[in-house]
Ligand binder design. Structure first.
Ligand code: UD1
Ligand code: CA
Length: 449
């Protein structure tokens, strides 16, 4: 039998006024990935063949973010917010070519696990027309209640439409839903808005399916997995759940986290194995770490590649475009930005290397700086293989230091230095014999008494 096909519609139209933000809710991030990015990831994990995303009007920013994660997605705009069923129906053009399974995800409920979505798809494969995801929240207030009779779901009652008895039900609707593709459009088109909010509720498809004599079921998930984001506090709760998962996966893959709860990862952080991460390290988006790397305490990375057997930190910062070759050593208070360091480079203390290429085996001394910015534009610094840049040197870009060249301590280098040359660019030392003793005579200390 051919595998069942799947269309996923992600609802990403929420403004999220309770976030008190200029940013729409779905562009807020957890573990360096936007909520809509997480939802798209979940859709992929569920084996989605086609993806449709419904966004709010004028949200070019959300569209761009969706494109980043899913260039192939069909994007639809919900002009007026008239309810969850109305939102799904904006994707009519996608729904008109039904897949076997239709998954409906909310971008503000980003922690849903692929396994759970797979269970919902299984329910469809077993003949259900509608599979709803339920959970038992600590506090059911505000949630739609799932009314289950003899193992079958009979209705979902929105909180504001529920009777006093129905409000006592603890089994609640998580929101997400799976519909049999062949029935979906008929069900969605059947939804009306005769309710307290005059909205077209997606949840009404349950009653409609029942009336048609089709099977409707409710599955259960953990509350942690179906947590929604309406506030910044809930965003932080989601962050905590994601971090826990990412740390566990990193350790499972062969990374030692000395104090896991102090290490912050991004959803896209990539690790090799036999990596040691000391406490208090932050991995922003776009970081890859190869085998055998040691990361000492208090480092901050984003958009960086850390090659095999590198040792870095404590207190080092890698900014986007930092590419460290194998066996490189980066010490304390070093910042690297948009720079390629070939194998075995040493930058052991207090240096800034930006917009540069550093050849293999070069040594950058303490306090050395690439002066890459002239106040208007950025310029490139080339440091040759095996070069030695002395302590407290300023390399004023654009400038090239040849292979094996030597820069004397405290130099301000403004001109290219040929291979194997010595460049010293500082005032020559002057010594005046007896000068200090003479001065003490002409400027005696005042008597303090
Ligand atoms: C919904 C469910 C409720 C469930 C709860 C779980 C419905 C009718 N109710 O209620 O049973 O317990 O989620 O959190 O589905 N959206 C649109 N366009 C709209 C309306 C909503 O895109 O016109 C999107 C929202 O951005 C959000 C999602 O759909 O991502 C859910 O909408 P929301 O208004 O938050 O529904 P709830 O009242 O929370
Ligand atoms: Ca909600």
């Amino acid at each position: 039998m051919a595998p069942r096909t799947c269309l996923t519609v992600v609802l990403a139209a929420g403004e999220g006024t309770r976030m008190k933000s200029d940013l729409p809710k779905v562009l807020h991030a957890a573990a360096g990935r936007t909520l809509v990015g997480h939802a798209i990831g979940a859709a992929r994990g569920a084996g989605t063949d086609r993806l449709a995303v419904v966004v709010g009007p004028g949200r070019e920013d959300v569209v761009a973010e969706v494109r980043k994660h899913a260039p192939e997605a069909q994007i639809f705009v919900q002009e007026d917010r008239r309810g969850t069923a109305h939102a799904v129906l904006q994707a009519r053009a996608a729904l008109e070519q039904p897949a076997d399974d239709l998954l409906i995800l909310f971008a503000d409920t980003p922690l849903i696990e692929p396994e759970t979505l797979a269970r919902m798809r299984e329910a469809l494969a077993e003949g259900a027309s509608v599979a709803v995801l339920g959970f038992h929240p600590e506090n059911a207030e505000g949630y739609g209640r799932l009314i289950v009779e003899n193992g079958l779901l009979t209705a979902i009652r929105e909180d504001r439409d529920a009777s006093a008895d129905e409000k006592k039900i603890g089994f609640c609707n998580a929101g997400l839903m799976a519909l049999a593709g062949k029935d979906a459009l008929e069900l969605l088109d059947g939804v009306g808005n005769a309710n307290a909010k005059r909205e077209f509720y997606l949840t009404d498809v349950v009653g409609l399916a029942r009336a048609a004599g089709w099977k409707t079921v409710a599955l259960e998930a953990d509350e942690a997995e179906v947590q929604g984001v309406n506030t910044r506090a809930q965003l932080a709760a989601i962050e905590a759940v994601v971090q826990k998962k990412l740390r566990a996966a990193a350790m499972e893959g062969g990374v030692t986290l000395v104090a896991p709860e102090t290490v912050f990862l991004s959803a896209d952080t990539k690790f090799g194995r036999d990596i040691l991460v000391e406490p208090h390290v932050f991995f922003g988006p776009g970081v890859t770490v190869e085998d055998g790397v040691t990361i000492r305490a208090y480092c901050h990375f984003e958009g960086a590649h850390i090659g095999k057997d590198v040792t870095i930190g404590p207190f080092a910062r890698l900014r986007p475009g930092a590419l460290l070759g194998a066996h490189t050593r980066i010490g304390n208070f070093v910042e690297i930005k948009n720079a390629v360091l070939e194998n075995d480079v040493k930058v052991n203390h207090l240096a800034y290397v930006g917009d540069a290429h550093v050849g293999a085996d070069a040594n950058i001394g303490a306090g050395a700086i690439t002066c890459n910015y002239d106040g208007a534009r950025k310029h490139h610094t080339e440091i040759g293989a095996g070069a030695f840049v002395g302590v407290n040197s300023a390399l004023v870009a654009p400038v090239t230091i040849g292979d094996g060249a030597y820069i004397g301590t405290g130099s301000v280098i403004t001109k290219d230095v040929p291979a194997d040359a010595l460049a010293v660019a500082r005032a020559r030392q002057m010594v005046k014999e007896g000068w200090a003793a003479q001065r003490r005579k002409t400027h005696p200390k005042k008597d303090k008494s």
